[in-house]
Design a protein around this ligand. Structure first.
Ligand code: AMP
Ligand code: ZN
Length: 114
């Protein structure tokens, strides 16, 4: 999608600090980190929200969890603990309408989230 900021990251039209990439997904540092480690994992396919997933998209979501596992181990937060967050639509505070999985780590996480 031409006006989507995360599609622009996928297409390298705007810079990002990529930590992982394959044919299906990209992971990059969040530009405004809320934790010492704050990485976003996104499908290369433009899917606006988790509610917009079709049957054919769930394989990508599963793959994203595999990549989150890999990144968490590489960043040294797998054993300490970390949090995965996907905001969906207005009341959850979603601001970028291209599905993304936040990985937060490197500090104590509070519960419940705000
Ligand atoms: P959400 O509020 O769940 O939609 O999260 C969107 C996230 O995208 C926020 O944490 C932003 O800081 C992050 N973000 C927005 N633009 C960029 C960008 N160009 N590069 C990296 N992260 C971004
Ligand atoms: Zn997009």
């Amino acid at each position: 999608m031409s006006d989507c900021i995360f599609c622009k990251i996928v297409n390298k039209q705007i810079p990002s600090k990529i930590v992982y990439e394959d044919e299906k997904v990209v992971a990059f540092d969040d530009i405004n980190p809320k934790a010492p480690i704050h990485i976003l994992v996104i499908p290369k396919k433009h899917i606006p929200t988790i509610i917009d997933c079709g049957e054919e998209d769930y394989a990508i979501i599963s793959h994203i969890y595999k990549i989150i596992n890999k990144i968490a181990k590489e960043k040294g937060i797998a054993e300490r603990g970390f949090r995965i967050v996907t905001n969906c639509n207005a009341e959850a505070g979603q601001t970028v309408f291209h599905i993304h999985f936040h990985i937060f780590g490197g500090r104590l996480m509070h519960w419940p989230p705000g």
